[in-house]
Design a protein around this ligand. Structure first.
Ligand code: ATP
Ligand code: MG
Length: 267
């Protein structure tokens, strides 16, 4: 797993892992983001909440290279970066698990975890899938993350929502990200599955992975994040440390964000 060396952190003092400055994005006439500044610290878990259409997914897609901003700057480890594709963001250690998970239903758990990077062996010069290595590597990843799936040979279409989410997160972790972005990871889950996914998100900290979580489930955000950002109509309207925040206050911040937004445009 990637671990930022402690001397790197000491050398750069309070440098952030990721910093966004003045991010703006239009889709035709719709202004999805209106000048958003955002910081993410090393190993931090950040929650992003706000109404439908507030710009949460767009902001995170900009971090992951899936959307290119019209204006604004992105700094990663203090370096100015300009991602044009998810591949470029991935190469710099940023992974995103999208709302639709992007898994292949008819492939196995193991094939999904290493999709496009399956180990191969050569038999009389012919390249064949090395199933044994694929299963061993997958088993290792899932054990590291304490993900329990009945069989890594099962097709993804036969898994529960929570198990699918775990496979998608497991796959993302194999790219050894510094930052893992999760868009609504608990939205479609049965109650008993939610806690397992939250435990998994929590465990990413011990792998030195900073996480950004978008969720409408405020109790989930409260239970796994260090800091919460509230968005409204393309702006960041509030930002709080989770330890100093009560659920009722967060609900108020979201429901009152319209007036907060009008009053000062920021926190
Ligand atoms: N590809 C796109 N083309 C056109 N408009 C878009 C596109 N993506 C987002 N938008 C618009 O930008 C605004 C912000 O959308 P975004 O998906 O970022 O919001 P969100 O906060 O993630 O909302 P939700 O909670 O519903 O997922 C919305 O008005 C949305 O309709
Ligand atoms: Mg969204």
């Amino acid at each position: 797993m990637f671990a930022p060396s402690s001397d790197l952190i000491l050398r750069y003092g309070n440098m952030q892992l990721l910093r966004l400055e003045g991010i703006e994005k239009h889709f035709g006439k719709i202004q999805a983001l209106r000048g958003v500044d955002l910081d993410l610290d090393y190993g931090e878990a950040l929650g992003i909440v706000g109404d439908n259409g507030a710009g949460k997914s767009t902001l995170l897609k900009i971090m992951s290279g899936a959307v290119v901003p019209d204006h604004g700057r992105i700094f990663l480890d203090g370096n100015d970066v300009h991602f044009k594709t998810p591949r470029e963001a991935r190469a710099r250690g940023i992974e995103m698990v999208y709302q639709d998970l992007s898994l292949c239903e008819t492939l196995t758990v193991a094939q999904n975890v290493f999709l496009g990077r399956e180990p191969v062996k050569r038999i009389i010069g012919v390249r064949l899938l090395d199933k044994r290595e694929l299963y061993e590597k997958t088993q290792h990843v899932l054990e590291e993350l304490k993900i329990k799936i009945p069989s890594i040979r099962a097709q993804v279409k036969n898994l529960s929502g929570g198990q699918r989410q775990a496979v998608a997160i497991g796959r993302a972790v194999t790219f050894k990200p510094k930052i893992l972005i999760l868009d609504e990871p608990t939205a479609a889950l049965a109650v008993r599955e939610v806690q397992k996914v939250l435990d998994l998100i929590n465990s990413l900290k011990s792998h030195n992975i900073a996480t950004i979580l978008i969720s409408h489930r405020l109790q989930d955000v409260m239970s796994v994040t260090d800091r919460v950002v509230v968005m409204y109509e393309g702006k960041k309207v509030a930002e709080r440390k989770t330890s100093a925040l009560k659920l009722e206050e967060l609900i108020n911040l979201i429901s009152q964000s319209e007036s907060v937004s009008r009053r000062d445009g920021s926190e």
